[in-house]
Write a protein that binds this ligand. Sequence first.
Ligand code: CUA
Length: 316
Amino acid sequence: MLPQASSSAHSFEILFGVIFWFSLISFLAVSTAIVFFVIKFHRTRRDPFKTPFIHGHTVLETSVAVGLFVVVMIFFIWGWADYKKILNAPQDPLEINVIGKQWLWEMEYSNGRKLINEMVVPKDEPVKLLFSSADVIHSFFIPNFRLKQDVVPGLYTTLWFQASLLGEHPVLCAEYCGSAHSKMLATLKVVSKEDYDTWQKQWEKAKTQKVEEAQEDAASMAEQGKGLFTQKGCTACHTVTGQKLIGPPLNGIFGKEVELQDGSKHFRDENYIRESLMTPGAKMVKGFAPLMPTFQGTLSDSEVNAVIAYLKSLKE
Ligand code: CUA
């Protein structure tokens, strides 16, 4: 079984187990009865062959109906009580906005920090997720937490949890949302409260010292860009091996001409790549659908520069 990594995982597991075993035992009981009656009352064993007239049994029928109704209501009330717990977050939880896009997850912290396909949360602290979708219906599924929430365009949906197990937990999209649905994966990292605070403080410090940071990182921009390319989910749609996926392959394209949707030719230079990241529909490569999400507000200027540096470094 998967580890139980959230405060609600255990109670969901118990309810699931009760319903599962009740269903299995009921199924076996009914199947056994069917087989027993088939054998016992098989036509060749009966003499005479005529089926006798059978009267209903009011007491038996009523008690079965009432009994099953009670069982179903117990499951319903039990499930509702557990469900209500994950709907109503305790006071002052850590709030994280989650945006589902074809085909990545964008996490936004209140301090302005944005992560793609990655979420970091402190252990044993209430965390509230606020979901929205930029396109179609997605579903945020954390198997180890036994939690799943639909992410619907034009509507905020929420979920809260308290992570109880340190480490990395996989997040999946559980609503079919297009060709790269199965690649819409994220990692939820649970760290100690101290590590979480340090992690945020370091970033906030770095943000204020952005100029110095940029100079420090200048030497390895292509490497940074390569990291971003995977981390930001580009690999779901673009290869760097020449193979066509949902989007055009991106190796050896820099500085070369490309044919656009309207038949015109365009150089793929720095401005072209920047525009493709920020306004993906502006200059569509011929033969591809306009499916790319914008990275406006997701990639900082230095990150755009790093991605361009990486694409420049790729040969055909
Ligand atoms: Cu998003 Cu499936």
